[in-house]
Design a binder for this molecule. Structure first.
Ligand SMILES: [Zn+2]
Ligand SMILES: [Zn+2]
Length: 269
């Protein structure tokens, strides 16, 4: 086996591991924590009324459906080229078939990807024609959900810690060595602070990716093309957005299950 193949196999394994970690541990973990720990505690401590509780339940359901729905669709809607397409495109030496313009071969997916944007290590697949909408909305809804969760967790953490105790806890998590200096042992409160930090980290992570990819979509370029500023064209931003979010974009952004057809010239051949 070539060493290149071996490293790419290890790379694939690690990216799958990271992806299953996010899908099956981190996202459900955050959701369960918010529902079972933060939510009942806040309701009790702040004496939250029924109306506010209902509004909150609707909002978290909206977040959950959109994050998980868009994630699942960006995984199952592949953009792999299945049959040769002749026209303005090029010929793929690996797949041995003609492909349309803007389609490129991905070595990791071992297929040609229609309107290939990039290979997403987190989802362990390529983002292209059929799943770009879901991918961007997955990032956007994680961002919204994490801003919302951070707002609640901040209240939760500051209430749980009298005085400035939570700052001490934050230091303890950031630097494990400090544990030995602080007499008080690690406890469940440190876990709450850890969640707050995780939320804030996810805001930075999803926020930067969301703005980077949204800017590329508005400018009508793929991730690779964005390296060349002369290819960017913001004048057709409306058409560029429709090419990703489809003609029923106003439903797509709030409901992952809705169909939002792409403009005719962009459809899957
Ligand atoms: Zn190919
Ligand atoms: Zn790929």
């Amino acid at each position: 086996m070539h060493s290149f193949q071996r490293t790419s196999r290890i790379g694939n394994f690690l990216s799958k591991l990271q992806y299953y970690g996010v899908v099956f541990l981190m996202i459900p973990g955050i959701f369960i924590f918010q529902i079972t720990v933060v939510y009942p505690n806040l309701v009790e401590m702040l004496q939250v009324g029924v109306i506010k509780q209902l509004v909150h339940l609707c909002l978290i359901t909206f977040c959950f459906v959109n994050v998980v729905g868009n994630m699942i669709f960006s995984m199952i809607m592949d953009s792999n080229l299945k049959k040769p397409v002749y026209g303005e495109g090029t010929y793929c030496e690996y797949c041995r078939m003609a492909r349309p313009a803007k389609s490129w071969h991905c070595m990791r997916c071992n297929a040609c990807i229609l309107k290939r944007d990039h290979h997403c290590a987190f989802l362990s697949r390529c983002i292209g024609l059929n799943n770009q909408r879901y991918f961007i909305l997955f990032l956007g809804h994680i961002l919204l959900s994490m801003i919302y969760a951070t707002y609640y967790n901040y209240y939760f953490v500051t209430m749980k810690f009298e005085n400035d105790g939570w700052l001490l806890s934050a230091f303890r998590i950031l630097n494990p060595m400090i544990r030995f200096v602080i007499p008080e042992p690690m406890g469940v409160k440190d876990l709450y602070v850890f969640y707050l930090f995780l939320n804030m980290g996810l805001i930075v992570w999803s926020g930067s990716l969301f703005f980077y990819h949204t800017r590329n979509i508005v400018m009508g370029v793929s991730s690779y093309e964005s390296k060349f500023p002369e290819l960017m064209d913001s004048s057709k931003w409306k058409d560029n957005m429709l090419r990703v979010f489809g003609t029923r974009w106003y439903l797509a952004i709030v409901w992952p299950m809705c169909e939002s057809p792409l403009p005719d010239d962009d459809k899957d051949p």
